[in-house]
Design a protein around this ligand. Structure first.
Ligand SMILES: Cc1cc2nc3c(=O)[nH]c(=O)nc-3n(C[C@H](O)[C@H](O)[C@H](O)COP(=O)(O)OP(=O)(O)OC[C@H]3O[C@@H](n4cnc5c(N)ncnc54)[C@H](O)[C@@H]3O)c2cc1C
Length: 545
């Protein structure tokens, strides 16, 4: 029976129906008779939050897929790599503790758990974030969920369905959690508003889980918390997260004494384009840029001195792009390069993985993703295609208020680069070429990276220029938590009955990633923090009779 009245009390209220909130609910419901209410701002079709659009890449170690590919990985190696990229500060004790928790338990608590839900991974393990000045992932450990985040969300919602029928779980869609209520230093209720009727009410509960996502969907939050050593935030940047997660609940948690940390640590991307089917203002798509393309500034000059190449250090790419005097950069390539190397992150633009179409995926891997490049060329104002460099430059200049790019100068830049590729291995002396060569040593990257491909090549055309902007995505900081996902006060004391999971908690401890992620630590971090919260709730919370 459908309940019409606002609920008056629940054993546990979860603020946010993203992957972190859903996993928390599933874990509690599978092991108890508690009554759980998930309050989510979004519409019923969008239950699952960002994970619905996620690609489904996860950093996991000691897996069957790694063993089959003869990759020797272990928790200690993962932890060592994590520390290298995180560069924790001296007082980052909770982020360090969560990094260790992830390294030690990702296999059991994430990988095995997902398998037990009937989910699987592609056999090819990717090697991302290899590190630039510091060692990143020492070995390939980025596993792609077969079916993407879309399948992950669908599976968990399906597992939760019987509890809705039995009355143990209730969803309140299009409702916003305004604030936790506290009495005698313990959670006693939560204030909620129905965003359609604007009716406000309290739900009595001794247990509230904050699972409202990060702050990176709110442009003003991104700008306000911009990493100070990088100077002023860019005037314009795209939004690759969810504007519904506005950061207000973080402020309410702070108001009752919760500690918010590392809000200036973010995992943004350097290669965003405007979303052709934008669902909100500034909505962007994050490209996985091609390694063989030239990455240029607004004048069409190669950014350097170290050329920008993806797959090594995403934060470095963002830093360099943020430093530019104009808010856009260019990637220049040809059709052949784009077909083999260019991709868009997320479930939406990877239908063969999302729909588990192995034949389609093999075709795209072997012959190139013609479909995607045609789609981008047809739909995106930021993807420019031309048969000749002269026409391309004209079209690039038409997108800006000044003719920033001079044809002759750009032609010279390209020729310098291409000539290296024509001369053969012995005479190549270019950092980008060296890194392409290194990347191709790993068989998965070999399939996805061109061998010695010049830009100007009559057999590889037409030419493509993509106008890129910074795109905001994930908050690495957030609400500080201990290993039980209990929210901590500034003096590190848990607030009775208050938990935080997923991106809201900076994937654990209010900043488990430090400065950087090894990539693919987000969905898995949501699952880990959610499962730890649920175990703690099951053992410590009193059930309201
Ligand atoms: C295109 C894309 C690709 C990605 N690919 C990957 C990937 O391959 N690997 C990876 O690890 N990560 C990936 N991510 C990141 C990952 O999806 C997110 O970090 C993760 O899903 C966050 O989950 P969450 O539950 O913590 O928060 P969210 O998914 O943001 O969910 C938060 C929920 O809370 C609700 N909410 C917000 N405020 C309130 C409030 N006050 N009251 C009630 N409800 C509220 C929102 O409606 C939302 O449903 C990707 C993200 C995107 C967008």
């Amino acid at each position: 029976m459908k309940e019409k009245q606002p609920p008056s009390q629940y054993d546990c209220v979860i603020a946010g129906g993203g992957i972190a909130g859903l996993v928390t609910a599933l874990e509690i419901l599978q092991q108890s008779k508690q009554r759980v209410c998930i309050v989510d701002r979004d519409t019923p079709e969008r239950l699952g939050g960002l994970a619905r659009w996620a690609f489904g890449g996860m950093a996991l170690s000691g897996t069957k897929e790694q063993q089959r590919a003869k990759i020797a990985d272990a928790p200690a190696l993962l932890l060592n790599d994590w520390h290298n990229v995180a560069q924790f500060e001296t007082d980052d004790s909770w982020p360090r503790a969560w990094a260790k928790e992830y390294a030690q338990h990702n296999h059991q608590k994430v990988y095995c758990w997902l398998k037990q839900l009937g989910l699987g991974f592609l056999p090819a393990v990717n090697w991302v974030e290899r590190g630039l000045f510091n060692q990143g992932n020492s070995v390939p450990r980025y596993h792609v969920l077969w079916g993407t985040g879309w399948k992950l969300v669908g599976t968990i919602i399906q597992k939760l369905a019987p509890y809705v029928t039995s009355g143990h779980l209730r969803y309140l869609h299009q409702h916003k959690v305004i604030a936790p209520c506290i009495k005698d230093q313990s959670i006693c209720a939560v204030n909620v508003v129905d965003e359609q009727t604007m009716q406000s009410f309290d739900i009595a509960t001794n247990c509230l889980v904050i699972a409202c996502g990060g702050i990176n969907g709110a442009e003003e939050q991104v700008k306000k918390n911009w990493y100070k050593p990088w100077g002023k935030p860019p005037e314009k940047l795209l939004n690759g997260a969810n504007p519904i997660s506005d950061g207000k609940l973080h402020q309410q948690v702070a108001a009752i004494g919760g500690n918010i940390t590392h809000a200036d640590k973010m995992w943004n991307y350097a290669a965003g384009i405007a979303h052709p089917q934008a669902e909100f203002e500034g909505h962007g798509l994050s490209l996985i840029p091609s390694k063989s393309a030239l990455w240029l500034d607004h004048h069409g000059r190669r950014i350097g001195p170290l050329p920008l190449v993806t797959g090594f250090d995403t934060r470095y790419l963002c830093e360099q792009v943020a430093k530019q005097s104009q808010p856009w950069t260019w990637q220049l390539m040809n059709w052949k390069i784009a077909k083999k190397e260019l991709a868009v992150s997320g479930s939406q633009h990877n239908p063969s993985i999302r729909n588990k179409d192995m034949l389609g995926l093999l075709r795209e891997t072997l012959f190139g993703n013609e479909r995607l490049i045609r789609q981008l060329a047809d739909e995106s104002v930021d993807v420019i295609v031309a048969e000749s460099l002269e026409v391309l430059v004209d079209k690039m200049n038409q997108t800006t208020e000044q003719d920033f790019i001079k044809w002759a100068e750009l032609e010279h830049t390209i020729t310098q680069y291409d000539n290296q590729r024509h001369r053969g291995i012995a005479f190549e002396n270019d950092e980008q070429v060296r890194r392409i060569r290194h990347a191709r040593q790993w068989k998965v990257d070999k399939l996805r990276t061109c061998k010695s491909q010049p830009i100007i090549d009559s057999k590889a055309g037409p030419l493509i220029a993509i106008k890129l902007q910074l795109i905001s995505r994930k908050s690495l900081g957030g609400i500080q938590t201990n290993l039980q996902s209990q929210v901590l006060s500034k003096d590190s004391q848990p607030i009775n009955g208050l938990y935080s999971v997923g991106e809201a908690a900076g994937f654990g401890g209010g900043g488990a990633s430090g400065l950087r992620s090894l990539e693919g630590t987000f969905l898995s971090g949501c699952i880990l923090t959610a499962r730890n919260a649920a175990q703690s709730i099951l053992t410590t919370q009193r059930i309201i009779k």
